[in-house]
Structures are given as C-alpha cells and as structure tokens.
Write a protein that binds this ligand. Structure first.
Ligand SMILES: *[C@@H]1O[C@H](CO)[C@@H](O)[C@H](O)[C@H]1NC(C)=O
Length: 565
C-alpha cells in the first residue's frame, strides 16, 4: 500500500510533466519550493487535469493558475510542537562555570522550542497528498530552508538534546528514523518523498549508543536493535563491494561507498542539475552525471572538490564529478563504528551468535581502513581512488574521521599522534578559529576551504578527546575552546547561529561560511548541538571573558613591540 502511494507521489514530486514544467518555467526562485508544496487533490486527478490542459500550460499564467488550484504553499503540513520535556533550566547546565556562556547555552536551549515540529495527522491518513513523509514523533529540524528532518544532522541535534536533558524528544527522533527503516528499508536523506532515492552518513546506531550512554535505557536498545541491524544490512547489500586480492582474486574485505543510481535531476535542485548536464550529448552521460551528483548528496558533503577531478584541466570543476570512483574514508569509519556498537549491543542483550558476526564485520572494517586508506608515509587515512588504484592524498578534514570512529587497534597509541602530526604539517592547526574543511582555496563549493562545519570540527575534537593521551586531550581542549570562542563572538555580533563558519584569518570578524547552492542558513540544529555538547565537556574549563581578552592583550603587546621597532 505504502509502496503504491510512494510511486504515485513520485510522478508528481520526483519525475514527471508537472515537475518539469514548473522547474523549466522557473516558477519559484528556489527549486525546493515546488516539491515541498502539498496537493489539494489526489495525484491521479492532478495529473489528469494537467494533461487535459495540453499546450495551454506553456503559458506561464496558466501554469501558475494550475499550480495554485492544485497545490498548497509549503510548510502547512508541519506544525510547531512544544517539546513536553523542555524545562527552563536543565540541571546539567550548572556545570558551565562562566555566566555569559551559561546564558548563551540557555538561549540555545530555548531555540529547541522554535525548531521542534511534528507532522500533521492528516499526512498519516492521506500520505498521497504530501511530499512530506509521515513520522509519528516530534523532532527538531535544522532550520531555514530545511523544514523537515534530516538524517545526519539529527546526530548532533541529539547530542545537544541530551545535554539539554530532553530525553523524550531525543528518543522520539530515534524512533522516527527507525520508523523510516521499518517502512522504507533505510533512512532517507530527509523526510520527503524525493529523498527516498538516497541516504546520508549512517549515524542512527551511534545515536542510539549516545542515548543509551546518557540514559541507560536498555529496553529501548532492545526495541530498536532489529531495525538497526536492518539498516546495517541496507548498507551491506546496497552500498558495498568486495575488495579482491590482486593475486588470488578472492575477496579480502568489503568496502563501502555512497552510490545512488539516478536517471533524473534531483527534484529539489532540478534547475542546477539541468544546467550541469547542458554540455552533454548522450542520455548515458547525463545519467552518469546525475548519479554522481546524487551520490555526492548522499555523502552529506554536497558539494566538495573531494568528489571532483584532483588534477588535469578539469581539476576541481563540478563537471568532473566522480563520486562513485571514490571509496570515502569517513563512510568506512562510520561502518566500522556501527559494527562495533551493534556487537556491543548484542553483547549486553545476550545474543552471543550475533556478537561474533558483528565482531567479524568490525575486524573486516579495520582491515579495510588499514589497507585502503592508511598511508604510513603521511601518517593519515585518505579516500581511496578506485580508478587510479591509489590514495587521493589531499587534505580534507574527513581524513581524521577514523579517529572518532576508533577504527584502529585498541592498544595502538601511536596512530592518534601521527594524525595530530599530519594536521600540524598540513598547516590546518594554525587556523586559530577552527579547522578548515579543505585547502582547495579556489573552490566555489561549500564543503571546502575556510568553511568550517560544526559536525566535522566536533568529530576531530571527539577523536582526540577520547584517546586517553594527555597531550592530545589537551589539544582537543584547545580546539574546543577555539570553536566555542569563534561561535560565541559570532553570536554576540550577529545574534545568529550559522550552519557553517568562515575560519579565514584574513577577516577580523567571525562570519558565516559561504559558497554552494543556497544562501547560508541560520537556526541551526547541528551548530547548537555541537556547542551544547562542547559546553558539556568543557564548560567547567572555559571562560568567555578570558577567551576574549587574551587575543586583545596579545595584539596590544604586538602593536607596542612593532612601534618600538
Ligand atoms: C602515501 O603518500 C605518499 C606521499 O604523499 C605517496 O607518495 C604514496 O604513494 C602514498 N602511498 C600509497 C600507498 O598510496
């Protein structure tokens, strides 16, 4: 039944004559606007009425009239929801020493109320009228143009909710994602019918793990465990391939990729994707391009030079996009941490048969990490390039993600030091505001250069913080202090929290990041989640006044010295 409804909706929102007409006519400035509109009548009637108009829809006014008669403006199917477990002052915030930072935390804590939504019951009863996918529990959205739930954003939102002691909201968000796995076989990129074509970095199992650590709610782990396993199997069957031993041609281990087959433009970025293929002559070439674009959207890094040619005349050009030739280091790190957590969940719920199976997967993932990604000369993991059968030895902040995932031997205490030395050598630690995403400074893309993304910065901090190595733990603390200082100053200046920040040392002010397909968004779910989690970890060590006066003092001394010279 659901499958039938989804396939009907796809003829409106994913592919088909109405979508094409609306997007080609540029009826709305943002391609995402139309695909978020709800239907007034069922899809079959809507299509029939559209066909009956015939050539008349070529005229813009007629098309506009048709859309207004058959669709409602976006947003009405999501209603603001007051989180029942919200309290004005969570006791956990007492550990934040500094008064200004505590006030800031309380402000971010209040924003959860503005970002909390639930899906109208009418969507459950009449899914055939909505591009929004029904989920049963309230959830926190990222903000801005992102009106629905997003998959990997939810991980950092959840971290923040846990510090905010909003355990019920956190649990509901996990239940929603598990509901997706139950009904659709995997977690889509976001809560819309047009996102059912692709997933996003698999962090559902780590979310359950974080929730379990915070609450000890083993019953809940038991409840969702079969669906976590089902999601793992989706990645295993749909997104992995065997890596063959070059000599014996036997499988050594599986590797995982973001891989989406797509014969149409992304509906929510329709015009951008049409523009991209204008120079291509054949249908096959266009399909290949769109598949690589959709696969890049699945990585969460849409877009980045990471997925483009790394040399030659089309270097760093979006037209050279080749996502499916890359074996991404971060995805394989996430698979590694998934296998490890699933193993321990089965351990504590008493299923020794399953423990062994996931232990084996975890060992495979560690071998994959060592053989395909680790470069001993450079002391870092890299993406692996299937076409050239070599590492793409370029700095991207994702290179450090296996540290967060602990995808190396437990007794190995030299690897984290090597990773630190690598970051130092690449010069990225001398960015005093936060870690840049890449060093591709000419790039127009948003997952590049001096744009720093809260989740990536958080992952590197967590990677070092949990090593148990005092030197690296101190380094993590410094990075966290830097990040909190940047975000706090930017907040004081702009009263906004951005989805990404500019960490260039060229600008004095603390500004939002730039580039990409849309304007920088505020709100913002994962930004606030990261800040709250860092205040949880470092709130007893941080002081806003100290962090503000130190650079000024330093500058004053420097100016005096310069004058003396
Ligand atoms: C490791 O990195 C070095 C230096 O960047 C490079 O020359 C070498 O080919 C890399 N090794 C592998 C196995 O790709």
């Amino acid at each position: 039944m659901l499958y039938y409804v989804i396939s009907l909706l796809s003829q409106i929102y994913v592919d088909g004559p109405i979508l094409q007409a609306v997007q080609d006519a540029h009826l709305y400035p943002d391609s995402k606007y139309f695909v978020d509109m709800a239907l007034k009548v069922d899809p079959v009637t809507t299509l029939k009425n559209f066909y009956e108009l015939g050539d008349k829809v070529r005229k813009r006014e007629n098309l506009q009239k048709f859309i207004e008669a058959h669709f409602d403006p976006p947003g009405s199917e999501l209603i603001e929801s007051y989180p029942e477990d919200w309290v004005p002052f969570p006791a956990s915030f007492l550990k934040i020493d500094d008064y200004h930072l505590r006030r800031w935390a309380l402000h971010l804590h209040r924003i959860w109320r503005d970002l909390c939504r639930r899906v109208k019951e009418d969507v459950r009863d009449h899914q055939e009228l909505y591009s929004l996918l029904y989920v049963p529990h309230p959830f926190v959205i990222p903000g801005g143009r992102f009106r629905e739930f997003y998959y990997w954003d939810s991980y950092w939102i959840l971290k923040g909710l846990l510090f905010s002691e909003m355990f019920e909201t956190a649990k509901g968000m996990i239940r929603n994602l598990a509901y997706m796995v139950d009904h659709h076989g995997f977690v889509p990129n976001g809560g819309r019918v047009y996102y059912l074509i692709r997933s996003q970095p698999p962090l559902l199992t780590p979310m359950v793990y974080e929730y379990y650590l915070a609450t000890g709610d083993l019953e809940f782990v038991q409840e969702v465990l079969p669906l976590l396993e089902k999601e793992y199997e989706f990645w295993e069957t749909q997104r992995s391939s065997p890596f063959l031993d070059p000599e014996t041609k036997k499988e050594k281990f599986p590797y995982f990729q973001y891989r989406v087959l797509m014969k149409t433009p992304r509906p929510e970025s329709y015009r951008e994707d049409m523009e991209l293929v204008r120079h291509l002559d054949t249908e096959d070439e266009r399909h290949l391009m769109w598949s690589n674009v959709a696969s890049a959207a699945e990585t969460g890094w849409d877009f980045s030079t990471r997925w483009f040619a790394q040399s030659g005349p089309s270097m760093h050009d979006m037209k050279s996009i080749r996502t499916t030739s890359i074996v991404p280091v971060d995805l394989n790190a996430f698979i590694c941490v998934n296998a490890r957590i699933l193993g321990s969940f089965y351990e504590i719920t008493g299923r020794p048969d399953k423990v062994a199976a996931y232990q084996r997967r975890y060992e495979h993932a560690k071998t994959e990490m060592k053989e395909l990604h680790w470069n001993e000369t450079d002391g870092i993991w890299y993406d692996y390039d299937l076409e050239y059968k070599t590492h793409s030895n370029t700095y991207y902040v994702s290179n450090a993600s296996p540290l967060y995932a602990k995808c190396y031997d437990d007794e190995d205490d030299v690897t984290p030091r090597k990773v630190y030395a690598y970051l130092e050598r690449e010069g990225v630690l001398s960015f005093t505001k936060g870690l840049p995403t890449s060093l591709a400074m000419g790039s127009e893309q948003q997952w590049d250069k001096e744009n720093a993304w809260p989740p990536m910065v958080h992952m590197v901090i967590e990677g070092f913080r949990t090593t148990g190595d005092p030197f690296l733990m101190k380094a993590a603390e410094n990075m966290a202090t830097q990040w909190l200082t940047l975000s706090y100053r930017s907040f004081i200046q702009t009263h906004s929290m951005f989805e990404k920040y500019n960490v260039s040392s060229k600008t004095e002010e603390c500004s939002a990041g730039s580039g990409g397909e849309y304007e920088v968004q505020t709100g913002f779910g994962w930004t606030n989640g990261v800040i709250l989690d860092l205040l949880d970890k470092y709130g007893d060590k941080m002081h806003s006044t100290a962090s503000k006066s130190v650079p000024w003092l330093f500058l004053a001394v420097l100016m005096t010295l310069l004058r003396l010279l």
